[in-house]
Design a protein around this ligand. Structure first.
Ligand code: ADP
Ligand code: F6P
Length: 324
């Protein structure tokens, strides 16, 4: 029987995502519910190394469930890949009496947590990223809000694109993954969705399709371009030159990461935050909370990091059928 976890800490790491605050709230209040001491660590692994650690209670997380961003701030800490830095961080956890650490972030953040687990810290990961690029889970905190924000922005671009009978190339976030692009493409009825996982770089195919669509009476053409492909502005110039159709590029950028979380992000983040602490209370740790096949569950952190994720072929196939 492993020793009970009496003090937990929570941090957010990597890019922020709407709903992280709901997860923090759930972690803190569930910890309090089980009689644990709860600490907050500001600015991810950087803040841990700088000992930006403070006590939290139920009141520390009042009025945050509806807020975007993260009240704990977040950071990228490149030096955390170094073993001696990881060891130093583990020593800091021991010094502050932290025996359990909840890390809300993506794959990179889990790698940091895994390193700490090898120094005796009991860790739990919660998937927080707008990119949906975490292999072990069908849901990540922030994706739903981000795609809704992007969808509304793209609707607006569509209005003006149609009025001017233009082509719009709209670049969405996602780092090397195309999930945001795919969902926006489906939700906004895009003519083309360019994702790193599927795009072969052949612009002539896009050009031919645009010309054909014009002949079939289409008044606009929306191309959703994933950040992992990028170069939307130069792509727009080339496409306009090749088709003679006015083409404009819009890069949606950081607006996709902000804003009040949707109902789904608040509820799922809340359930995941509660589950992370409940599992620790049960003596289960070094795992990642996930949502798979409609169920909230947890999976070994190393196993989670070894998994691969694929763009759902069916959704991509449907987007192509409907872009007629
Ligand atoms: P995300 O957690 O969203 O994937 P990053 O990839 O930027 O975002 O990772 C967040 C932080 O996690 C990094 O800044 C670094 O501190 C830590 N991290 C990333 N990769 C590793 C690694 N291989 N080993 C240890 N820590 C890592
Ligand atoms: O991981 C979330 C994300 O917004 C990615 O979509 C994007 O590539 C990256 O973070 C941008 O990171 P930064 O905030 O460091 O510019």
């Amino acid at each position: 029987m492993s020793e009970a976890i009496r003090t937990i800490a929570v941090m957010t790491s990597g890019g922020d995502a709407p709903g992280m605050n709901a997860a923090i709230r759930a972690v803190v209040r569930t910890g309090v519910h089980y009689g644990m001491q709860v600490k907050g660590i500001q600015r991810g692994y950087s803040g841990l190394l700088n000992e930006e650690i403070f006590d939290m209670n139920s009141r520390s997380v009042s009025e945050i469930i509806q807020k975007g961003g993260t009240i704990l701030y977040t950071a990228r800490c490149p030096q955390f890949v170094e073993p001696e830095v990881q060891e130093e961080a583990a020593q800091i956890c021991h010094k502050h009496g932290i025996d359990g650490l909840v890390v809300i972030g993506g794959d990179g953040s889990y790698r940091g947590a895994l390193a700490l687990s090898r120094h005796g810290i009991k860790v739990m990961g919660i998937p927080g990223t707008i990119d949906l690029d975490i292999s072990c889970t069908d849901y990540t905190i922030g994706f739903d809000t981000a795609v809704n924000t992007a969808m509304e922005a793209i609707d607006k671009i569509r209005d003006t694109s149609t009025s001017h009978e233009r082509c719009s190339i709209i670049e969405v976030m996602g780092r090397n993954a195309g999930y945001i692009a795919l969902w926006c493409g489906l939700a906004n009825g895009a003519e083309d969705i360019l994702m790193p996982e599927t795009y072969d770089g052949n612009e002539q195919t896009l050009v031919d399709k645009m010309i054909e669509d014009r002949h079939r009476g289409k008044k606009h053409h929306i191309i959703i371009n994933a950040e992992g492909i990028g170069h939307s502005t130069s792509m727009a110039r080339r496409i306009e030159a090749a088709t003679g159709i006015e083409t404009r590029a819009t890069i949606l950028g950081y607006m996709q990461r902000g804003g009040s979380p949707t109902c789904k992000d608040r509820v799922y983040a809340t359930i995941m935050g509660e589950l992370a602490v409940e599992r620790m209370e049960q003596g289960v740790y070094n795992r990642v909370i996930c949502h798979r096949d409609g169920t909230f569950t947890d999976i070994d952190i190393e196993e989670a990091l070894a998994m691969k994720k694929r763009i759902p072929e069916n959704e991509y196939r449907i987007s192509k059928i409907l872009a007629k």
